[in-house]
Design a protein around this ligand. Structure first.
Ligand SMILES: [Zn+2]
Length: 335
């Protein structure tokens, strides 16, 4: 993201950063918290870039980074020496050694520019030792230092860290706002934007992934094609579909979300809902056909089955079996 205005739906953060930059009232510590994909990283890097932008320096009222100066270019390429992103080797923990090595031992070295910015993603993975080590730095930070913690939630931080930080939440973004973003900013056709926006459930990062990832696109096409012929699914096709599903377990969440949305669309049409409110707008003809084919009882049964499958664990060893039952439930022998 190149501009603060791209940070859609994050008004709290936007307003705060804009004020801080315009009035040059920058805190030494920030805690950005919210679900994965709600824009914590984008917000942190935008803020860092804006703080270091050569065009902004000494100019009151400016807050957007110019994206053209040397500093902005270095930052955009990920090579800015005064923006340090703390990494961790183990996926499940941000060890105290990493905090010492990457933050505490280097923060005393003067920056090349006016500020030195530390961005600490996955801050919730710090153990108490790491948090305490960081706290000491937060108590007496060098004047040039800005530390931005990114965490999925606020509760996982020590109260003493929270009290020394400006805490800013990221919010889930409204489906309509995500849809507009996909169409206006990413050039995705309107008819193809609604499904990723709906599936993303407020998570812009997820929407972008669903809309732009090629493998995901193919997966979604495949599943839609299976759903188109849902009423004709027999034991053979159900078993085949379940095998495919099991081979691509990583798409489990999206798969079940899509199945739920599909049959909710069918039910919605059957109940007399308007076609412009469908998730699968391009499938109107097929959905209408299925709305006539299935009875209310059928649809409720399929939806209940799908909901039950959703609540099962991703690592369930019976994943293939439960998917097979779900697909099988879609095929209704008409007498
Ligand atoms: Zn710049």
């Amino acid at each position: 993201m190149n501009h603060f205005r791209d940070l859609i739906g994050q008004d709290t953060i936007l307003t705060h950063f804009k004020n801080a930059l315009e009035k040059d009232q920058v805190s030494h510590a920030y805690l950005l918290y919210g679900e994965k994909g709600t824009g914590k990283h984008s917000a942190a890097y935008l803020f860092a870039r804006a703080l270091l932008c050569e065009e902004n320096r000494g100019k009151a009222g400016r807050f957007e980074p110019c994206n053209r100066c040397h500093s902005c270019k270095m930052a955009l390429s990920g090579n800015h020496l005064d923006i340090i992103t703390v990494t961790h080797e183990k996926a499940s923990v941000l060890a105290v050694e990493e905090i010492r090595k990457q933050v505490i031992n280097t923060i005393g070295e003067k920056p090349y520019g006016p500020r030195k910015i530390y961005i600490i993603p996955d801050a919730e993975l710090m153990k108490d030792q790491g948090k305490n080590a960081l706290l000491k730095t937060l108590e007496e930070p060098p004047s040039y230092a800005v530390i931005i913690l990114l965490s999925r939630n606020k509760e996982d931080m020590l109260a003493t860290i929270i009290s020394r930080s400006v805490c800013l939440p990221t919010q889930p973004v409204k489906t309509e706002a995500i849809q507009t973003y996909l169409v206006d900013k990413c050039g995705i056709p309107e008819s193809k934007a609604y499904l990723p926006a709906a599936l993303a459930q407020g998570n812009l990062g997820k929407a972008l992934y669903l809309a732009q990832n090629e493998e995901m696109g193919e997966f979604m096409e495949d599943l839609i094609s299976t759903l188109r012929s849902a009423p004709n699914i027999g034991p053979l096709k159900a078993s085949e579909a379940a095998k495919n599903a099991s081979a691509k377990k990583e798409f489990s969440e999206t798969r079940l979300d899509m199945i739920l949305l599909w049959f909710r669309d069918v039910l919605f049409l059957k109940a007399g809902g308007h076609s412009s409110d469908l998730h699968f707008m391009e499938e109107l003809k097929t959905l209408s056909g299925q709305a006539e084919f299935y009875s209310f009882t059928d649809l409720n049964r399929i939806l209940r089955m799908a909901e039950k499958t959703v609540s099962r664990d991703y690592y369930d060893i019976n994943y293939e079996l439960s998917m097979e039952q779900l697909f099988l439930s879609m095929g209704v022998p008409k007498t």
